[in-house]
Design a protein around this ligand. Structure first.
Ligand SMILES: Cc1cc2nc3c(=O)[nH]c(=O)nc-3n(C[C@H](O)[C@H](O)[C@H](O)COP(=O)(O)O)c2cc1C
Length: 280
């Protein structure tokens, strides 16, 4: 009888604990949701109908276009122009390992992606501080053909920014910046645990670029994503059940010109035109 009573108490306590744990997990998630910044606004011109003209700011309307020929100014001088004009850019936080096991981490904003097969594209420029030699990231990708990309979010931005210094090749920037290594499943380079979305990549193509004087300037790297990792707190489902990433929860940081970063605030939906929009 005592045993039965004991088991009943233990069961009730266990049930209480698991209900309690579930409840606190739910409340914690709810709290973290409501702590997420409010980012939703309205589209710029809700009443617009084609082919009405929209007002252009007077300074733009009256400003003269200045033509800049890159061959006249030189390729290197295009740097401030291109990184301030092609904005905002996402930032790939790229982790690599040399063939001898030296780990490396650096941010790259010449970065885009595509799917089917899912691929990332990054452009690793030659290092000015190494007289045009390779950055550690590129040397490691050349050696091992593997890397990971972790997506940059606001909550670890200063640590991420700290990894971009011109450090020597024996510096482990992940350790230097106090970030945490998460082992990968299919490649050797670790992922950044603080990031909410990681991609394990294998080198698929690379293209070496040459400057106007024939010197090596950069490598455009196409990496095939062989594994995604998405933190459940940012993972959402489309109506058909595909996983996507919630913008509010991800708090992505983009790179603008110079040393300027941006948050994605005031986002809005704008439906694509229906090919039969005129009949509506
Ligand atoms: C936000 C940000 C974006 C960057 N984007 C690029 C880039 O697209 N290509 C590049 O070559 N360097 C880029 N850099 C500079 C590299 O991160 C930097 O040269 C770094 O030291 C390279 O490290 P590594 O030698 O360890 O590979 C960027 C730096 C920052 C802070």
């Amino acid at each position: 009888m005592a045993t039965v009573k004991y088991s009943a108490v233990a069961f009730a306590a266990g049930l209480g604990l698991s209900v309690g744990a579930a409840l606190s997990f739910y409340l914690a998630r709810k709290a973290s949701r409501s702590a997420a910044p409010k980012i939703w606004g309205t589209q710029p011109h809700p009443g617009w109908e084609p082919p009405k003209k929209l007002p252009v700011p007077p300074a733009i309307e009256n400003g003269k276009m200045v033509a800049i020929d890159p061959r006249v100014i030189g390729g290197k001088k295009c740097y401030p122009l291109i990184i301030s004009a092609v904005v905002p850019r996402p930032v790939a936080f790229v982790s690599t390992v040399s063939k001898d096991g030296q780990q490396n981490l650096a941010p790259f904003s010449y970065f885009t992606a595509m799917h089917d097969p899912p691929c990332v594209v990054i452009c690793v420029c030659r290092a000015g501080h190494r007289n045009g030699g390779k950055k550690d990231t590129m040397a490691n990708i050349d050696e091992t053909k593997e890397f990971t990309v972790s997506v940059l979010s606001e909550w670890f931005l200063e640590q991420a920014n700290h990894t971009c210094g011109n450090y020597d090749e024996d510096v482990d920037e992940m350790a230097l910046s106090g970030l945490t290594k998460e082992p990968s499943l299919k490649v050797k380079p670790p992922r950044v645990k603080e990031s909410a979305v990681h991609m394990e990549c294998k080198l698929k193509h690379k293209y070496e670029t040459k400057g106007y004087n024939g010197e090596d300037t950069a490598t455009i790297v196409v990496g095939e994503i062989v594994m995604f990792h998405v933190n459940e707190s940012v993972a959402k489902k489309t109506p058909s059940g595909s996983t996507y990433v919630g913008l509010e929860e991800l708090q992505p940081i983009s790179r603008l010109g110079g040393n300027i970063y941006g948050r994605s605030r005031e986002c809005f939906d704008l439906a694509r035109p229906d090919r039969d929009w005129q009949k509506r």
